[in-house]
Design a protein around this ligand. Structure first.
Ligand code: HEM
Length: 450
């Protein structure tokens, strides 16, 4: 585990209200609040979220050490009833040995070799969408990107088994995600579990549809017994065995597949929405993108071997993930013995770091609010220490789908930008805060065929 060489000297942050602490200020403008903590107080700021003592970390070395120690001296912050309904007891909510077992069983389904086998489906789904577009059409970018990432999930996770049930499952998933987002935004996660608001009832109905569909697919696969011959994610999960030879149960397979779906498609479609928005305002970056696609692909569709060759395309994705990281906050609760840079953190303290605050820190990224993919040029990098960029988190609990997501974003951008130019209308660049950082208003773009 990396141990920080930068001393940790926590200082008190802004004064808060009795009982509520800084919760109202945080609730009003979470992103602005965190940036003010960083600018006005420094690298390690204590503040309070209701009665809970919190510590906000801003220095990349402290953040790296914090992320790396989470499976030892920190534990997950409980995030409530709604997410549990969707993901059950999946690895994302598990701890200790249970988490280790599940992570090791799920990992093979998304490791780089496996992602290679999903790449063709990613490109096909993007091409199918690009075929449906018409010159001059005005599209809702997020809606279109979500449609494509949903199709990719359906294909790469379940093969072609879903048939015409794909849209029912997709709609149920979208409904469940919407209900969870609303629960977080309305702060209803503070309500006791037994209170079923209309939003919670909608969530339960959507989850019932998801359960029925996914269990139907699992039973069909188990009956046909052909998981070894198939390359989709569901087959990989059904074929996985732990060290003692135990497979995942059907319920565990359902929980992990649903988690990967939920964790994996809206994050990527959000990232792509920001990418198109940023490219619309960066003509030089677009020109370089077109030139790279012409030179590397010469009119043919991209494949997985192009991923490494599409250097500028990857830089665009990386820079967009810096400026608008879909996941923007990582909390964990200190246990006995927690320490960072040798300084003890009292048990029960909620420790936070925020990709938004670190990625926009001028010490690590000069001119931090500007979209400059060239800062990632391999010959002349102009970006801070390695850990100053962490859209996928870090340490043992780092995003399991980071490779999947990056390959998907690069191949989708290449496939679509090869044929289409998107001119997005300006919107307020400040994002809307929810589980993910979304554009505050729909991003509408006019399509122009190359
Ligand atoms: C741009 C897209 C994505 C972003 C920005 C993103 C970001 C993140 C972040 C920040 C975490 C928490 C990491 C930590 O606590 O250190 C995470 C966890 C996770 N992500 Fe992603 N993710 C993306 C795409 C995906 C995809 C495509 C999948 C699956 C196919 C996925 C599956 C997961 C899982 C399973 C976890 C939980 C890991 C664990 O607790 O052990 N993510 N992701």
């Amino acid at each position: 585990m990396p141990v920080s060489t930068v001393p940790l000297e926590p200082v008190p942050g802004p004064r808060g209200l009795p009982l509520l602490g800084n919760l109202p200020a945080f609730g009003r403008d979470p992103l602005g609040f965190l940036v003010r903590l960083r600018d006005d107080f420094g690298d390690a700021v204590t503040w309070s979220l209701g009665p809970k003592r919190s510590l906000f970390l801003c220095h990349p070395e402290h953040i790296a050490e914090f992320l790396a120690s989470r499976e030892g001296t920190f534990e997950l912050l409980e995030i409530g009833w709604a997410i549990k309904q969707l993901v059950g007891s999946s690895l994302i909510l598990s701890k200790g040995n249970d988490w280790r077992r599940k992570r090791s069983l799920v990992q093979p389904a998304v490791r780089p070799r496996q992602v290679r086998s999903y790449a063709a489906a990613m490109v096909e789904c993007a091409r199918a969408a690009a075929d449906e577009w018409q010159d001059g059409d005005r599209i809702d970018v997020r809606q279109q990107m979500t449609l494509i990432t949903q199709r990719i999930v359906v294909r790469t996770f379940f093969g072609n088994d879903l048939g015409d049930r794909a849209s029912a499952l997709g709609e149920a998933m979208a409904e469940a995600e919407h209900a969870i987002g609303a629960e977080l935004r309305n702060m209803s996660f503070f309500l006791p579990d037994w209170i079923h608001t209309p939003g919670r009832r909608r969530l339960l109905r959507a989850v019932a549809t998801i359960d029925a569909e996914v269990h139907r697919l699992i039973r069909a696969r188990q009956r046909s017994g052909d998981t070894a011959d198939r390359d989709d994610l569901l087959s990989r999960l059904l074929a996985a065995h732990d060290e003692e030879g135990r497979p995942l149960t059907a319920k565990e397979v359902r929980d992990e597949a649903t988690t990967l779906w939920a964790a994996g498609h809206e994050t990527t479609s959000t990232a792509l929405t920001w990418i198109w928005y940023l490219l619309s305002r960066a003509p030089e970056a677009r020109r370089r993108l077109t030139a790279e696609l012409d030179q590397v692909l010469a009119g043919r569709p991209p494949d997985i071997d192009d991923y490494d060759r599409l250097q500028w395309t990857r830089q665009i994705v990386k820079e967009a993930l810096r400026l608008y990281p879909p996941a923007w906050l990582i909390p964990a609760v200190a246990r006995d013995g927690a320490a960072i840079a040798g300084t003890r953190i009292p048990a029960g303290t909620v420790v936070w770091c925020s990709q938004w605050a670190t990625h926009r820190d001028p010490r690590w990224f000069p001119d931090p609010t500007r979209f400059r993919p060239e800062r990632w040029d391999p010959e002349a990098p102009d970006a801070g220490p390695h850990h100053a960029w962490y859209p996928f988190g870090g340490g043992q609990r780092a995003c399991l789908g980071a490779r999947f997501a990056q390959v998907e974003a690069v191949l989708l951008l290449a496939t679509l930008a090869q044929r289409w130019s998107l001119d997005a209308a300006p919107i307020d660049p400040a994002p809307r805060v929810g589980l993910l950082l979304q554009p505050a208003a729909p991003v509408h773009a006019t399509l122009r065929r190359h």
